[in-house]
Design a protein around this ligand. Structure first.
Ligand code: SAM
Length: 264
């Protein structure tokens, strides 16, 4: 059954295809979509929810070994075995040797730990999800990394005014939802960004935490609203360059894209 939120999201996608802003005037625009297009948007949304729910039906905790790191995965944390974006982003991440990195939305810490091991000077890894914060701290300890600090933070809420980073990274919750959509669980925060409001805040405030030549790296995918993302980046005066695009091998395949955003 298509629920109200799904219907509205459908409207958002329809408007996007028409090249307008993502949410207003959606009802009429839906009519212009072919049934097959509508079906595919509903399918994306339903499929992602299903993967999210399936990701919690496994036996916890479990361990993933990657790049010489052991990553324990706990319940209620965004699953690195069901969502594979991190593999593509880690593989294509530019060198962070001796750099200070901030990772927003670290989940299990699978990218923060990878960057720390790859020679980052320091990685500050944050998440809004308290289960993720505990899980990432556990993984830092397990891998005996001294250059990672994990904090609970709503984007930059726990970043000190005088902290500066060479790189700020987020594998963002890239599936758009209507602005008034309420997350049904803390886990859904890993997938859905209602009205792209969180992304706007991330980009608007990000600049003040960057060093002069610093940059933002943003991981997204083809289920996301990339035209809207580029519009937001333009509004906040970033130069945008795509540095990777790769299709993942997962239950619900996604073409992931990694963008570099530099303040102009
Ligand atoms: C797509 S998941 C990425 C998880 C992990 N970094 C990975 O690559 O597998 C997005 C993460 O962002 C977190 N998140 C969502 N909204 C946030 C916010 N306002 N502040 C901090 N983290 C947030 C979610 O809890 C989730 O862990």
């Amino acid at each position: 059954m298509v629920e109200l939120a799904d219907t509205l999201a459908l409207g958002a996608s329809a408007a996007r295809r028409e090249g307008s802003s993502p949410f207003p005037g959606t009802i009429q625009k839906i009519n212009k979509l072919r049934i097959s297009e509508m079906r595919s948007i509903i399918d994306q949304n339903t499929a992602s929810r299903k993967v999210l729910s399936d990701s919690q039906k496994v036996h916890f905790p479990y361990l993933i070994i990657t790049a010489g790191l052991g990553i324990v995965v706990r319940k209620n944390v965004f699953s690195p075995s069901h969502f594979n974006g991190w593999k593509i982003f880690n593989k294509n991440f530019p060198s962070v040797r001796n750099k200070n990195v901030l990772e927003i939305g670290t989940g299990t810490g699978v990218t923060a730990l990878f960057l720390a091991k790859k020679g980052a000077k320091k990685v500050v890894a944050v998440d809004i999800n308290p289960h993720a914060v505990r899980n990432a701290k556990e993984n830092v300890k397990l891998n005996q990394l001294k250059n990672v600090e994990v904090r609970r933070s709503d984007i930059y809420s726990r970043i000190k005014k005088n902290e500066r980073f060479d790189v700020i990274y987020w594998n963002m919750p890239f599936m758009p939802m209507p602005p008034d959509y309420k997350h049904r669980s803390v886990l859904e925060r890993g997938l859905f960004d209602p009205g792209y409001k969180i992304t706007k805040k991330f980009l608007e405030e990000g600049k003040k935490f960057l060093v002069q030549e610093g940059k933002i790296l943003l991981g997204t995918g083809d289920f996301g609203d990339i035209p809207c993302l580029k519009k937001i980046a333009k509004k906040f005066h970033y130069r945008v360059k795509r540095i990777a695009k790769e299709k993942s091998v997962e239950i619900n395949p996604v073409t992931f894209e990694l963008y570099e955003l530099k303040p102009q």
